[in-house]
Ligand binder design. Structure first.
Ligand SMILES: Cc1ncc(COP(=O)(O)O)c(C=O)c1O
Length: 478
């Protein structure tokens, strides 16, 4: 397919602008470009066809099954977009007088209250723009807490289980901490003995997601948070997997002190190229004084206003975060209601277990047994016996209209495929997907070579992933 620049024809274009009805303005010479910008010249038809063709080259949630583990690629109700497109939310400036922005402030306040209720936290900041950004913010809260108690220098270690998402150790390291990795037990849960040995007077905190990245809800969660608290550390909840437990169990009740959420996963905003994210950071009341500037509060007359937490870590982003994502999340929460939120989590778990059970007829499931919202398949034996890898299976799925699961993660499972079907898929879709997975498994045993060739029918065939990662060509070379 040609780039839009290659389709450009000099003199072609479209002009739909009405005649200018204000006085012209001569731009001073020193501010003018020396050359006209190299923008493509196309007709509206050309542009429309170009973008339609591009849209056909990708696979999104609206195209088909998208079981990308740890990413919760669920269907995002269109009503969320309609609400976020209301002029009252879009035609507003972050610096306009507060009495003209009360509705927007109310959205932030109501979203904070709802998400605190769902997570068992007392306060929340919407500034972080993504999950990893929320983690970084949360770790800064932990740091501010220890510093205020005179233990900032001595409590310099953050413990992270080896099953953690890569952003956890990265966030802790970015905040200046030494990361201590502890092994998982054979059942995928935190190894309690390893945790007991790791904690001490130098522990600032532990970062954990529950259910974890192998889809297992840690049965020892209360003991885990207790061990860290006893050692004087705080416990951070990576809420990217909240889709499995929202409305059922709350991180606050599990003993967590600070959390982040991925609104662009659990609370139904398109992500993965579909738009900006939001990773709000929530905390227990004793950490609220450290939250980023600026929080929403109520003035004496009941109106909404801003207030800066007394010992705030400062801003982590401009203004109030990705506000329209919060509008979408609140729309989602209000349209589902308490029972709907709970039902969504129950169905996410039901769907994952149904697919796990169907695939276990042929595939090896790592940590087999009841899972939460996702499960991990290991192709280690298959690779050893036939040479067919997790990558081969993933590429063959593409030829069947299914987006591959997350590959080679978590690192503790070899030849891993991490599958998260989400609650928004029907039993029909799950059955169709199961048949495809099983047919690919048969093909792997009968004709391994055919799978090394996949994908055959996608816009680009198999890429050299190492080259793509090490030497990405990111600029147009004409
Ligand atoms: C468990 C977990 N934690 C954190 C993150 C980071 O979220 P984000 O990609 O929005 O930075 C992810 C994202 O995939 C995740 O799965």
């Amino acid at each position: 397919m040609q780039l839009i620049f290659e389709k450009s024809r000099s003199g072609r274009g479209l002009s739909l602008l009405p005649p200018c009805d204000v006085a012209g303005y001569e731009i001073p010479g020193e501010l003018r470009r020396e050359q006209t910008p190299g923008l493509p010249a196309l007709s509206e038809t050309d542009i429309s066809r170009h973008y339609s063709a591009l849209a056909k080259m990708v696979h999104g949630v609206n195209d088909g099954f998208y079981p990308l583990g740890s990413c919760t690629m669920k269907y995002n109700p269109k009503v969320n977009e309609e609400m976020a497109a209301l002029p009252g939310f879009t035609e507003i400036h972050p610096l306009q007088p507060l009495d003209t922005a009360q509705g927007c402030l109310e959205v932030l306040a109501r979203a904070e209250a709802a998400l605190c209720e769902i997570t068992g936290m007392d306060a929340m900041s919407f500034q972080p723009a993504a999950g990893a950004h929320g983690e970084f913010t949360g770790i800064l809260l932990i740091k501010a807490y220890h510093t205020a108690r005179g233990e900032g220098a001595t409590r310099n270690k953050i413990i992270v289980p080896d099953s953690a998402h890569g952003t956890n150790p990265a966030s802790a390291a970015m905040a200046g901490y030494t990361v201590v990795s502890i092994p998982s037990a054979a059942d995928g849960c935190v190894d309690l003995d390893a945790l007991r040995q790791a904690v001490g007077a130098d522990t600032a905190g532990l970062m954990l997601t529950n259910p974890n990245t192998v889809g297992v809800f840690d049965k020892n969660i209360l003991a885990i948070t207790e061990i860290v608290h006893q050692a004087g550390g705080l416990v951070y909840y990576d809420g990217a997997n909240l889709n499995a437990v929202m409305g059922l169990v709350r991180p606050g009740d599990m003993g967590f002190d600070v959390i982040h959420l991925n609104l662009h996963k659990t609370f139904s905003t398109p992500h993965g190229g579909g738009g900006p994210g939001s990773g709000p950071c929530g905390c227990q009341a004793f950490l609220a004084p450290y939250l980023p500037k600026t929080q929403i509060s109520r003035a004496a007359d009941g109106s909404y206003c801003f207030s800066d937490p007394q010992q705030s870590i400062g801003r982590v982003r401009s203004f109030y975060g990705n506000f329209l994502v919060v509008v979408k999340a609140l729309t989602y929460i209000l349209s589902l209601g308490a029972s709907g939120i709970r039902e969504a989590a129950e169905n996410a778990v039901l769907n994952a277990n149904y697919l796990r059970k169907r695939l276990s007829a042929a595939y090896d499931i790592a940590y087999d047994g009841f899972c939460m919202h996702e499960f991990v398949v290991t192709l280690e034996k298959m690779k050893h016996e036939t040479g067919v890898s997790a990558m081969d299976i993933a590429k063959a799925l593409l030829d069947n209209g299914i987006h591959p699961p997350t590959m080679y993660f978590p690192l503790i499972v070899h030849e891993a495929l991490m599958i998260e079907p989400t609650e928004t898929e029907s039993k029909d879709t799950l059955d169709e997907a199961a048949e495809v997975f099983l047919a690919i498994h048969r093909a792997a045993l009968e004709n391994a070579e055919s799978l090394h060739q996949a994908p055959l029918y996608t816009p680009v065939r198999r890429l050299d992933e190492t080259q793509a990662a090490r030497h990405p060509l990111l600029k147009y070379e004409g």
